[in-house]
Design a protein around this ligand. Structure first.
Ligand code: FE2
Ligand code: FE2
Length: 140
């Protein structure tokens, strides 16, 4: 799926951050791979494991970014924090849906949709902005 193929334009050219963004995309790819298998098997446990992994890794990545940006007194840190909080809220919301078991495919597709929006909107927007800032400071 095109949405989970890493493109050069996603790179901030900050090695550790690009590595973390790629990892988030890999988790999305895993969710996608589950959504396309249509063999009638129950995928509930696999979906919950991916949601868990997504939540944990997301929190790790956001904390990493926020700490880094605080260190350099980034002026738009609040915008980052707000957008991050929104994504964490969304993942928790999906993970706590009571109908996951009956609507496995639908839930996975929601995760995919949400991750591809995240990449196009947050990484290509707010994250790119801090990358410019760090490059100006010559710390990245
Ligand atoms: Fe990020
Ligand atoms: Fe971010």
């Amino acid at each position: 799926m095109a949405a989970f193929q890493w493109k050069d334009e996603y790179n901030l050219n900050i090695e550790e951050i690009d590595k973390q963004h790629r990892k988030l995309m890999e988790i999305g790819k895993k969710a996608y791979d589950i959504a396309v298998i249509d063999d009638g098997y129950d995928r509930y446990d696999e979906i919950m494991t991916i949601l868990d992994e997504l939540l944990e890794y997301t929190k790790y990545h956001f904390e990493y970014e926020e700490n880094m940006l605080k260190q350099y007194n980034y002026e738009h840190i609040h915008n980052q924090e707000e957008e991050h909080a929104f994504y964490v809220y969304k993942i928790k919301q999906v993970a706590s849906r009571e109908d996951i078991d009956e609507n496995q495919r639908k839930v996975v597709l929601e995760i995919i949709d949400f991750l591809s929006k995240w990449i196009s909107e947050h990484i290509m927007g707010a994250d790119k902005e801090y990358a410019v800032f760090l490059k100006k400071l010559k710390v990245a």
